[in-house]
Ligand binder design. Structure first.
Ligand SMILES: *Cc1c(COP(=O)(O)O)cnc(C)c1O
Length: 384
């Protein structure tokens, strides 16, 4: 029998839905929350097209699961990092077109052209190669011109834009579908961000003298609610889609968390006082201490940076501190003061309604995306 407190009741039901031997750690993905978060943005800016960013296993939520869940939501594109991710979206049977956000290796370009995936254009070398592949397969290659307005990662520099359209016109198989850029400090440097937006606006105006572009985009999660970019007509949603807005805004409280990370107690023991817990004995018991070992570690994404950082888990309606170092597959927590009895198999909330994604981010002294993208492949994703 598995004992659980009431809020975990649905988790328990879900857990029993996982076929085979139950996992030690699993992530419950709330697909209605994903749709809800998209629709918050849609309501606030009804004329904006949306690109849902699903790279890196959809920020740890599982690529196929999220891509399927959002496929009917009318997103213009799915943002991915690699051709391999694009191909997994195709194999999952999704209709939404993948957009590869950064530069591609020459040998990645052929599948892009064959499948009609969208890609960024940062150089004339890429333009030339894409054009020959387009000719080879007799297909238009849909690309978005990337402008480096200050990120320093890829794109044409603003001073390279004059005369660019004339050069690109030599490539008849290129369909120049969009223009985009990426902000480098939207949540910390408003002045520089406004400069980037101005540079993007100038770039769009310069390039649009030759032709109209269907998509113009620069804002991702940290800018969506906080900067107004009249020339743009699409936003790219990563963290925001998964419930976190990096900037203060009146809409943040409407966003819903999309993942609950759960694990189970493997054993409960009572250690005497002055007994070391975990590697290097960074924690030593004061007195007799009831310690529960939990089946999740840094290989599952419970970051090693959370060692000795006063992180906590939630079990039977109470918080319990994590003791000492996080190990690869297990953590130890102090359950001495739990009011309810605890036993092996009991479900523990690692991250979710009571232990927020941002709490773990702060304790680990990292950034939110790092927490989610670290969740390992051993953690089973369950979609609700
Ligand atoms: C990853 C990425 C995003 C998503 O960023 P968030 O801040 O998570 O919204 C948007 N645009 C580009 C180009 C990216 O690489």
């Amino acid at each position: 029998m598995i004992k659980t407190c009431s809020f975990l009741g649905t988790c328990l039901t879900l857990w029993s839905m996982i076929p085979g031997i139950p996992p030690r750690a699993w992530a419950q993905i709330d697909t209605s929350a994903l749709r809800h978060n998209l629709n918050v943005v849609r309501r606030v800016m009804p004329d904006m097209q949306l690109m849902a960013i699903v790279k890196a296993e959809a920020y740890g939520h599982g690529l196929e699961g999220v891509a399927r869940a959002l496929d009917d939501e009318g997103c213009a594109f799915y943002g991915v990092a690699t051709v391999h991710e694009a191909d997994r979206i195709r194999q999952a049977g999704c209709q939404t077109c993948p957009f590869i956000l950064g530069p591609c290796f020459p040998d990645e370009r052929e599948p892009i052209v064959q499948n009609g995936w969208r890609t960024a254009l940062s150089s004339l070398e890429e333009a030339n190669h894409f054009n020959s592949l387009g000719q080879l397969y007799n297909k238009q290659v849909h690309t978005h011109i990337c402008i480096d307005t200050g990120m320093g990662r890829s794109g044409f520099l603003p001073n390279e834009l004059q005369g660019l359209m004339e050069k690109l016109r030599a490539f008849p198989y290129l369909h120049l579908e969009g223009i985009f850029s990426h902000l480098s400090a939207a949540s910390v440097d408003l002045t520089f961000t406004h400069q980037q937006i101005q540079s993007f606006t100038n770039g769009v105006q310069e390039l649009s003298r030759s032709q109209a572009f269907d998509y113009r985009h620069i804002c991702s999660s940290s800018a969506v609610f906080n900067y107004h970019v009249p020339v743009s007509n699409m936003v790219r949603l990563g963290r925001l889609l998964y419930g976190y807005s990096p900037m203060p805004s009146p809409y943040n409280k409407e966003l819903r968390p999309t993942m609950t990370l759960l694990s189970r107690v493997t054993i409960v023991r009572t250690l005497p006082g002055n007994h070391g817990v975990s590697y290097n004995h960074c924690y030593i018991t004061q007195g007799s201490t009831k310690v529960a070992t939990i089946g999740i570690g840094f290989a599952d994404g419970y970051l090693h940076y959370l060692s000795n950082k006063n992180s906590r888990v939630y079990v039977h309606g109470q918080y319990c501190p994590v003791l000492g170092r996080v190990t690869m597959d297990q953590i130890m927590v102090d359950v001495t003061y739990l009011k309810e009895e605890i036993q092996p198999g009991d479900i523990v909330e690692i991250m979710g309604p009571n232990v927020s994604w941002i709490e773990l981010t702060d304790r680990a002294n990292t950034i939110p995306s790092n927490v989610l993208t670290s969740i390992g492949s051993r953690v089973q994703r369950v979609y609700v």
